[in-house]
Design a protein around this ligand. Structure first.
Ligand code: PLP
Length: 355
């Protein structure tokens, strides 16, 4: 079964438990974000066995896969107008910033005889989704308050995604002030002030998490143990949760610099090379069609990645103690982008490992 991704359920569960415990110190509930592994039900099964409170995903297709799990489900990406009725059907809670969409959700909820919960997204600087100005927020809340089948249960924000803005006491303080204004208009207190994603976790360790933040939506830290503001690993969390394994199809000694006039490569870039003499090179049967242009790291630290094209990964194995032959498997840990791409690829076997 090559190429494949080995999925270590026990390590993913360990990461989730570790983070639930960490968040509990600050009375924070967690929504486990499942998009990086396409909401694979076998993985969700171990997550619901921890004390996470919500299941969250960006796509309706993924929420559908988890409809048999009891936890409340959250749609993370702002709903499409055209999907309002599916959103109400498969998500208990959705994140919103457009009143037109919320009105459509209300109509759908009336038809389905449901109360649909929403979290208002407020943009405190990252400039992806969210209401950006306080007057708009006030009219959004006042209008939504009149809708019979919509309930505002929280406010939230998203950081470190588009703009790379780091969450801190100041910008989360702004979110908390916003929550207070919303509560004042509504006349009841909100269930949730959702202070971001994995990039907000460092505030807990540094004793800087504002008290009023009581929810985080956590994906990467569960999936890969990553602390995403500086790209560090969370202490005690596993990174080797998802391992890509692929097979060597050629081993040959060749020069380090191509021979001939250099034009464009397969992706329209002009490649450059450093003269390092002859190298022992291995070609592995996996490529950009599988992992995109994202980070994969050989578990054998003596291997160096020279580059890749759509279906070929070229490695320098000159300095390896192990003597690699064709048919041997090479393993890689993954960055977030590679995980997302590989789990989505139909060419990659998904191999669940239970221990
Ligand atoms: C993807 C996403 C998350 C999870 O982000 P991580 O960095 O993986 O923890 C949280 N909130 C929203 C709105 C998202 O789209």
């Amino acid at each position: 079964m090559n190429p494949r991704i080995d999925i270590y359920l026990d390590k993913i569960k360990h990461n989730a438990e570790l983070l639930v415990k960490k968040a509990k110190i600050c009375n924070i509930s967690l929504a486990a974000v499942t998009k990086s592994f396409c909401a694979m039900p076998e993985i969700i099964e171990v997550l619901v066995d921890t004390n996470i409170k919500y299941l969250a995903d960006s796509r309706i297709e993924n929420l559908k896969k988890m409809k048999h799990f009891d936890l409340e489900k959250m749609l993370l990406r702002l709903p499409m107008l055209s999907q309002a009725s599916e959103v109400v059907k498969f998500a208990d809670i959705s994140l919103n910033s457009e009143i037109t969409t919320v009105k459509e959700l209300n109509r759908a909820a009336m038809k389905q005889n449901k109360i649909h919960k929403i979290i208002i997204m407020y943009d405190i600087g990252d400039l992806r989704e969210g209401i950006f100005n306080i007057d708009e927020l006030i009219s959004f809340v006042s209008e939504t308050k009149e809708l019979s089948n919509i309930k505002i249960v929280g406010v939230g924000t998203n950081l470190s995604c588009f703009g790379g803005v780091i969450p801190d006491e100041k910008n989360l303080g702004e979110l908390i002030e916003t929550a207070k204004k919303v509560e004042f208009i509504l006349g009841y207190s909100l269930e949730m002030v959702s202070g971001g994603n994995s990039s907000s976790l460092y505030l807990i360790d540094n004793f800087k998490m504002p008290n009023e933040i009581n929810n985080l939506r956590i994906g990467e830290a569960i999936a890969l143990g990553g602390e995403t503001t500086c790209g560090l690993q969370i202490e005690g969390a596993y990174k080797d949760t998802f391992i890509l394994t692929a097979e060597i199809i050629e081993v040959k000694e060749k020069p380090s610099v191509p021979i001939g006039k250099i034009g464009l490569d397969a992706f329209g870039n002009v490649p450059s090379f450093t003269e390092k003499g002859n190298l022992v090179r291995a070609i592995v049967a996996v490529g950009k069609q599988d992992f995109g242009a994202y980070d994969i790291m050989p578990t054998d630290k003596e291997i160096e990645i020279l580059g890749s094209s759509s279906d070929h990964l070229i490695l320098d194995i000159t300095n390896c103690k192990k003597c690699y032959e064709i048919g041997d498997e090479i393993s890689f840990t993954l960055g977030y982008g590679a995980l997302l791409a590989l789990m989505t690829s139909e060419y990659i076997q998904k191999n669940i490992i239970r221990r």
